[in-house]
Design a binder for this molecule. Structure first.
Ligand code: ADP
Length: 483
């Protein structure tokens, strides 16, 4: 089949700019645009959360879902401001949710997650198969456990015409539920078996994607290897080894239009890889905005993250005094684990001129931090790909990262050899513990005190290609290989 004619239904629970809790949304918002550049016809199928429905233009009803167990359900098509074609499942009783799509305001999983994401995946399979007045799609590309059952429903429907790809963005989220759900979601009890959905006497939607999809991808080559091990496979190591011949690690990119310091209207002073001299104005503006000491020469470290043990921020929270004692400053934006939040807030209360902590989620502020900070610290215990280090490089902010998963694939450590050949883009450390992070922060201070070395690092970061160009081509090759 000529490449230009490939049609793909991308299925996910998040998509930038409509709804985002993390990197999944960035990928689902950007990869289809890069694929469209290669001539692929992509539509993105999303749950009809209020932010999704209100963010669409050119909306029209594609179909009313008469057989659907929920009243007043319909499929709506529309476009995002970025030009993506969206199909949304408008079912108010399932998706009329404000706030976090998966969790209540008190941090518990929403009780109907199992039910609504199963129905969402079922409709995805039906759309892909052409049930709703559109031609069938060649490929259905489902992302993470929320869309994990899509290929299982295709199998139940007996549809072998639509090829399926399942992408694991984070193996830690496995969509594990009581098997009593099966009778409510139209999946035969026979699927409660070890070679299907059964997972420690429950069912896992992620497992559905792993066992029933034609190809599996994850978001970096190193993570693709890590998850096939017993130590990092989170219960899936053996299964992923069995499926190793159809498992591929393709590195994420970022949308370099959304993240473009040359055109970014959220930041104080624009700059680019040819002339980053204006970056210092963003640093001063950031220090001023957050009430920090205005100190051009104090290394300004940043964190933009979910505050969880995955991200290793419990390790960093014990090192704020270490950073300030060496003359550095720290600025944090994030939310999550209340104990980690409390530790950072305490550090900011103790030293408000040097440490700034903002608990919350704030996209424009994330841009301002990336533009103004000197370095970003990402001490993840595991990291499938990580996007903040890619955004950081685009803004000339030097990543300090744990040597795991996609972080090890995207950052070149400033060891003496990499410095001497001028290839370094950041600092890596391993194993992930307080001692090694402290030592790496010391290394960063030492490099910062040598402007030639530091400026070279910054310039190398700015020169990196963090776009989707190369990886979209790899997805394209994968698509064409299964058709
Ligand atoms: P995750 O595991 O959370 O998906 P990634 O690094 O893959 O981590 O992606 C995180 C994305 O979410 C990045 O675009 C990052 O800038 C953004 N982000 C994380 N926390 C915040 C926050 N508190 N405010 C704004 N953006 C955030």
């Amino acid at each position: 089949m000529p490449k230009q004619n490939v049609s793909v239904l991308c299925v996910a629970s998040e998509c930038f700019p409509l709804i985002k809790t993390g990197g999944l949304a960035d990928v689902v918002g950007a990869l289809p645009l890069a694929l469209a550049q290669l001539g692929v016809h992509v539509s993105v199928f999303l749950p009809g959360f209020p932010k999704v429905l209100s963010g669409l233009s050119e909306t029209r009803t594609l179909a009313k879902l008469k057989d659907f167990p929920i009243a007043n359900a319909r499929l709506v098509t529309g476009k995002t401001s970025t030009g993506l074609n969206i199909i949304a499942l408008d079912a108010p009783d399932l998706f009329n949710i404000k706030g976090n799509p998966y969790q209540t305001s008190t941090g518990e999983d929403r009780p109907d997650n199992a039910y609504k994401f199963a129905l969402f995946s079922k409709i995805a399979a039906e759309i892909a198969a052409g049930k709703y007045g559109r031609k069938k799609f060649d490929i259905v590309h489902a992302h993470d456990w929320q869309a994990g059952l899509t290929s299982t429903y295709l199998k139940i429907m007996g549809d072998t015409r639509v090829k399926s790809i399942f992408t694991i963005h984070n193996l830690a989220f496995q969509g594990v539920f009581s098997h009593s759900i099966l009778k409510d979601i139209g999946i035969p009890q026979s699927y409660m078996s070890r070679d299907q959905l059964e997972y420690w006497d429950k069912v896992s939607y992620l497992k559905g994607g792993v066992v029933n999809s034609d190809r599996i991808t994850t978001v970096s080559p190193t993570y693709a290897l890590e998850i096939q091990s017993d130590s990092d496979g989170m219960g899936f190591g053996g299964l992923l080894r069995e499926r190793g011949d159809v498992l591929f690690g393709i590195l994420n990119g970022i949308d370099t239009d959304v993240w473009n310091p040359d055109t970014d209207t959220e930041i104080t002073a624009q700059f680019n890889a040819n002339d980053a001299s204006q970056k210092s104005k963003n640093k001063a503006a950031l220090q001023k905005k957050m009430g920090l000491r205005i100190a051009p020469d104090a290394p300004l470290f940043s964190i933009i993250s979910r505050l969880t043990t995955q991200k290793g921020l419990d390790i960093l929270s014990g090192l704020t005094d270490h950073v300030t004692a060496l003359g550095g400053q720290l600025i944090l934006l994030g939310s999550g684990d209340s104990a980690i939040e409390a530790q950072f807030k305490q550090a900011a209360d103790k030293n408000p001129n040097e440490v700034s902590v903002t608990i919350g989620y704030d996209e424009p502020f994330a841009h301002q931090i990336q533009a103004g900070a000197d370095a970003i610290i990402i001490p993840s215990r595991f990291e499938p790909c990580g996007l903040t280090q890619l955004c950081a490089m685009r803004y000339g902010t030097v990543p300090i990262v744990g040597r795991v998963g996609g972080l090890s694939d995207t950052i070149i450590d400033a060891n003496p050899m990499a410095l001497s050949v001028g290839a370094a883009t950041g600092l890596q450390f391993s194993p992930i513990n307080t001692h090694m992070l402290a030592a790496t922060i010391n290394r960063a201070f030492a490099l910062y005190s040598e402007p030639d070395n530091w400026n070279r690092l910054v310039q190398n970061c700015l020169n990196q290609d963090v776009s989707w160009d190369q990886s979209a081509q790899l997805y394209m090759d994968l698509y064409t290989s299964i058709l």
